[in-house]
Design a protein around this ligand. Sequence first.
Ligand code: ZN
Length: 269
Amino acid sequence: MNYIKAIIVSLLVLVTLPSVADDNGYPANYARAPRFKALLFYSDTAEEAHVQFASQAIDFFKRLTYGDGYILETTTSLAGYDYDSLSAYDIIIAVNASPEGPEQRAVFEKYMENGGGWLGFHAAAYNDASTKWPWLNQFLGCGTFYCNNWPPQCVLLTLDTTDSPVTKNLPGEFVAPESEWYQWNPSPRENKNIEILASISPRNYPLGIKDVISFGDFPVAWRNPAYRMVYLNYGHGDRGFTDATQNLLTLNAFRYVVSLSPKGNPFEK
Ligand code: ZN
């Protein structure tokens, strides 16, 4: 009996030992050295539902670091980051926050204008007449916040394209977990430079219980090819990472932005 146990233990040790062999074509440090850096930028003082999303986003992106695939750092403020320190990151994951004040905005603009990466969710793109940051609108490729459904709810999403690394492995339609969904005016679809990836299907209309949206073009995932960015509209509440299909969309978008890094595509190294 002990003999069998010893064999089992030896086998377990063998399969759990990190592989250092390079005779299979992989470099010896394969899957060990962190290959890129991400800065997760969030607010812990925003409205409760946005803070909930942030804490789950931290968990989600932390899990992606398992095996040291990349370095994840988090911050609740961009104060103190200059262009050089921001440029150390291949991507900023803007969970529920945006740069504050002219200095932070200027540093962020310079970062994005020079090949920086941005994956933004929900409130990270929020802007209205009081924001007074025209650069943000041309970066996003849309106008200001127009309206939202209320309460947060599930919606049927329709892909606008499967001809993108962000959507190629997703079903043409899927039901997204409950969220507050922002509509913009003008819609990013009116900007010919914007690539719309997914939209809320008109079949959801009328959408909402208290605040009801009954019509309108409703893109919720897009990219502005002039920048290394993807915007995903969900991110309100504690359901943002409860659906495998939406998680795959999040992962794809993250991976895509990183893959275009001017330092080289870390997934091809
Ligand atoms: Zn919200």
